[in-house]
Design a protein around this ligand. Structure first.
Ligand code: NDP
Ligand code: MG
Ligand code: MG
Length: 340
C-alpha cells in the first residue's frame, strides 16, 4: 500500500514570511486561495480583468495582473485552465520568475508534455486535490478535506517536499490524506480515467444503452430513467461502499444480471481498446492531438459538442428533468458553489 500523509506530516509554519500567489480564481483557484487564507497563509491572486477578478476582490483578496502577483510572491500556484497555461506562462509568469521561486500545479499535463518548460533554478511540484474546487472548499469549512496527490518534479531548494506537504495541509487535504505520485503517473492516470471510464467510457455506455432500448421500440422517457437517471443512485452506493456495497443494496436479480451480462458488454475487446487509449496517452499522441485542436480554435471539439446536444437522450432528458425540481435544485446549488 502507498504511504498516506496526514496533518502531522505537514507544517504550515513553512509559509511564515512567504507569500503564495494563486493564479486563477475558478473552481480550484477560489478554493485553494480561501482555504490557505483560513489556514493563516498570506495569499494574493493573479488574474486578468474580468469576472473572476471581481469575485476575488469581493472575497477580500488583493488581486494583481498575473506578472505582478508572481513578482510579489514566493510560491506560485497555477490554477488556470490547462489549455491557457502555456501562453500565460510564457508571456506573464516566466518573465517574473526568479531563483528560489516555487512553481506549483494541480495537474501535471503541461509539465509532463513539455508545454511549459520551467527554468532550472525554480522548484516545480504539484498538489492535486482529487475533487472539484467547490468540494475542496466545502469540506474544508466542515473541518474535513478532499484527498490529494502530490509530486515533486524539480527540487532546487531541497524544500519542495516540505512545501508540498505544507500546501496540502493548508488547503485541508492532509485531513483526508495525501499520496505521493509523479507528474507522469498523475497526468497519465488522470487522462486515462476521464477518457476510458469517468467521462468517455460512461457517456458512451449510457448512450449505447439508451439507443438499444429506443431502437427496440421502448419509450425514450423510460430508457432515459433506466440508462441515465438511475446511474446516480448506483454511483453513490459505489462511492460509499465499493462494488460490494452497491451489490448489497441492489436486488439479487440485478446482481445476477450484473455478473452474467456486464462482462458481455464491457469485454476483452473493450479492454484491448482501453489499452490502446492508454498507449496513445503514454506516447503523447492524445496530448499532441488536443494541443493542435486548440491551436486551430477547436473545430472538431465544437462540432461534436454541438451534435451531442441534439442526441435524443439529451432532448428527452431536458423535458424529464423539468418534472424533477429536486434535480434542478441540486444542479443550481452546485453551480452556485462552483462560482462561489
Ligand atoms: P477554471 O476554468 O475553473 O478557472 C480558470 C481561472 O483562470 C478563472 O478564474 C479564469 O478567470 C482564469 N483565467 C483564464 N484565462 C486567464 C488568463 N489568460 N489570464 C488570467 N486568468 C485567466 O479552472 P479549474 O479550476 O477547473 O482548473 C485549474 C487547474 O486545476 C487545472 O490545471 C486543472 O487541471 C486543475 N484541476 C481541476 C480540477 C477541477 O475539478 N476543476 C480538479 C483537480 C485539478 P476569468 O474569469 O477571467 O476567465
Ligand atoms: Mg483531468
Ligand atoms: Mg431497474
Amino acid at each position: 500500500m502507498a504511504k498516506v500523509y496526514y496533518n502531522a506530516e505537514g507544517n504550515t509554519a513553512y509559509f511564515q514570511n512567504k507569500r503564495v500567489a494563486v493564479i486563477g480564481y475558478g473552481s480550484q483557484g477560489h478554493a485553494h486561495a480561501q482555504n490557505l487564507r483560513d489556514s493563516g497563509v498570506d495569499v494574493v491572486i493573479g488574474l486578468r480583468e474580468g469576472k473572476s477578478w471581481e469575485k476575488a476582490v469581493q472575497d477580500g483578496f488583493k488581486v494583481y495582473p498575473v506578472g505582478e502577483a508572481v513578482e510579489a510572491s514566493d510560491v506560485v500556484m497555477i490554477l488556470l485552465p490547462d489549455e491557457m497555461q502555456p501562453k500565460v506562462y510564457k508571456e506573464e509568469i516566466a518573465p517574473a520568475l526568479r531563483e528560489g521561486h516555487a512553481l506549483m500545479f494541480a495537474h501535471g499535463f503541461n509539465i509532463h508534455f513539455h508545454q511549459i518548460v520551467p527554468p532550472a533554478e525554480v522548484d516545480v511540484l504539484l498538489v492535486a486535490p482529487k475533487g472539484p474546487g467547490h468540494l475542496v472548499r466545502r469540506t474544508y469549512e466542515q473541518e474535513a478535506g478532499v484527498p490529494a496527490l502530490f509530486a515533486i518534479y524539480q527540487d532546487v531548494t531541497g524544500e519542495a517536499r516540505e512545501l508540498a506537504l505544507a500546501y496540502a495541509k493548508g488547503i485541508g487535504a492532509l485531513r483526508a490524506g495525501a499520496l505521493e505520485t509523479t507528474f507522469k503517473e498523475e497526468t497519465e492516470t488522470d487522462l486515462f480515467g476521464e477518457q476510458a471510464v469517468l467521462c468517455g467510457g460512461l457517456t458512451s455506455l449510457v448512450k449505447a444503452g439508451f439507443e438499444t432500448l429506443t431502437e427496440a421500440g421502448y419509450q425514450p422517457e423510460v430508457a432515459y430513467f433506466e440508462c441515465l437517471h438511475e446511474l446516480k443512485l448506483i454511483v453513490d452506493l459505489m462511492y460509499e461502499g465499493g462494488l460490494e456495497g452497491m451489490r448489497y443494496s441492489i436486488s439479487d436479480t440485478a446482481q445476477w444480471g450484473d455478473f452474467v451480462s456486464g462482462p458481455r458488454v464491457v469485454n476483452e475487446q473493450s479492454k484491448a481498446e482501453m489499452k490502446k487509449v492508454l498507449t496513445d496517452i503514454q506516447k503523447g499522441e492524445f496530448a499532441k492531438g488536443w494541443i493542435l485542436e486548440n491551436q486551430a480554435n477547436r473545430p472538431v471539439f465544437n462540432a461534436i459538442n454541438e451534435s451531442e446536444k441534439e442526441h435524443p437522450i439529451e432532448t428527452v432528458g431536458r423535458e424529464l428533468r423539468k418534472m424533477m425540481p429536486f434535480v434542478q435544485q441540486q444542479k443550481k446549488k452546485e453551480v452556485a458553489a462552483v462560482a462561489k
